[in-house]
Ligand binder design. Structure first.
Ligand code: GLU
Length: 427
């Protein structure tokens, strides 16, 4: 029996793969039923033609003991750690008020997606309980430290994270986790995990599969399309949230995805990536950063004094999100005097583009050449967010102008692509 003949509010007994759950249906999705168990836990059960669903009456459930999904260690499978850092994936909906609220422990996430145990033994830990717009640089250090610790024991680590600032975290982790020799997967959901239509379960399944593969990079895994067909594996330094609400929001920028991962366990690798055996040296954590770095978006009518503000506040680095090929206002209102002053005071100024796709180039228009001659570092095809986390990380190691420039332009974690291909645009 499929899920079609039952409705929200029905008391049911569901049987699948020798498991039995009893509870009240709180949501019926296309192939997923979300059940509130007597224990108070919610569980999402994927319905297929082997799933038996029987309607029952509430009183019967009262007589049964609470059903709780228990994790048993399977020696034939690898260990994967899931660390929860917050965001929608770790939120649940209050069915009385309809509001999304509080935290949803990682352990409960696993109860919601019992299929994960088909791929790995799962260990869970909550490290943060924040919507990602609230994260600050010290949280990136905390996440990096927790991941590094888990990697000693686990074959792969998954971080569940809010989508809004996920790519800042994934890029910072890419810099902080040196000689990484296992997969670190950052994943997310656009709808809270206890909703039948949530994207959380497929993203977690795809992330768990990815975390068991021969991959030695920080990657972002999540829906590749608006359907539940496959997830994309994207490099942590070349990925961005490109839609405010669609589930396939994370797109590769200026590159192809590393691969596609299907919930059936199939993985297709589409471009070059680092394998475990390529890492010869010991992994280590390098979380030294300089927090006094800012991003400035350039736009018509900008007040150039914003640059002075940061310089006077003691900032050590500025990333400009310039227009087009990497330009700033040089007309009636000009940012040149302020940028010149910033550089003279020892501030590192890097240029990226607000077009997001493409590469900056100081050699086409003369004002950009002026900026470059002043000492603005043109950061090739780096995303502004990646340039920001990288500059923090680089300045955490050296504040010598020449060394900073050299490190900023050196590929540390797959953040540059020398040859952009036309079909990488809007992939
Ligand atoms: N703004 C929240 C965050 O980024 C919710 C968005 C989400 O998780 O998708 O954490």
């Amino acid at each position: 029996m499929g899920g079609k003949s039952v409705r929200t509010g029905d008391f049911v007994v569901i049987e699948k793969n020798n498991n039995q759950w009893k509870g009240i249906i709180i949501q019926v999705g296309r192939n997923l039923i979300t059940l509130k168990l007597k224990s108070g836990y919610n569980i999402g059960i994927r319905v297929d033609n082997k799933t038996k669903i029987e309607k029952t009456i509430g009183e019967k459930i009262e007589k049964h003991k609470p059903v709780k999904f228990e994790l048993k260690f399977d020696k034939t499978k690898p260990l994967v750690s899931i660390l929860s850092a917050g965001g929608t994936i770790a939120s649940s909906i209050d069915y009385k008020t309809g509001a999304i609220s509080s935290s949803y422990p990682a352990e409960q996430l696993v109860n919601t997606v019992p299929e994960l145990v088909n791929f790995a033994n799962i260990k869970t830990e909550k490290i943060l309980e924040e919507m990602s717009e609230n994260l600050i640089p010290k949280d990136w250090k905390k996440i990096a430290n927790s991941v590094f610790k888990e990697l000693k024991e686990s074959e792969g680590v998954i971080i569940t994270h809010g989508t809004d600032t996920l790519s800042y975290t994934s890029s910072m982790l890419s810099f902080m986790l040196r000689n990484l020799n296992k997969p670190v997967v950052v994943t997310f959901a656009q709808k809270s995990s206890d909703r039948g239509s949530s994207d959380a379960s497929m993203n977690l399944i795809c992330s768990t599969i990815t975390a068991t593969k021969n991959l030695a990079e920080v990657v972002v895994v999540g829906h590749g399309t608006v359907s539940d067909d496959y997830c994309l594996i994207n490099r942590g330094t070349k990925v961005r949230k490109m839609h405010s609400s669609q589930r396939n929001t994370f797109r590769p920028i200026n590159t192809y995805p590393i691969g596609k991962v299907y919930p059936s366990e199939k993985v297709e690798f589409l471009s070059k990536y680092r394998k475990k055996e390529e890492v010869k040296e010991e992994p280590y954590l390098d979380d030294k950063i300089e927090e006094k770095v800012a991003i400035i978006k350039v736009y018509p009518g900008i007040n150039p004094e914003i640059v002075d503000f940061y310089v006077d506040k003691g900032y050590k680095g500025l990333i400009l999100e310039g227009t087009g090929l990497g330009h700033v206002n040089t007309g009636e209102i000009s940012m040149l005097p302020q940028i010149k002053r910033a550089i003279e005071q020892g501030v590192i100024v890097g240029m990226t583009t607000q077009t997001i796709y493409g590469r900056v180039n100081p050699y086409i228009y003369s004002p950009a050449r002026v900026l470059s001659n002043l000492g603005v570092i043109y950061l090739e095809d780096l995303l502004p967010e990646t340039a920001y986390t990288k500059l923090m990380w680089v300045l955490g190691h050296t504040q010598n102008k020449e060394e900073v420039k050299e490190m900023m332009l050196k590929d540390v974690a797959g953040e540059f692509n020398k040859r952009l291909q036309p079909n990488q645009f809007l992939y």
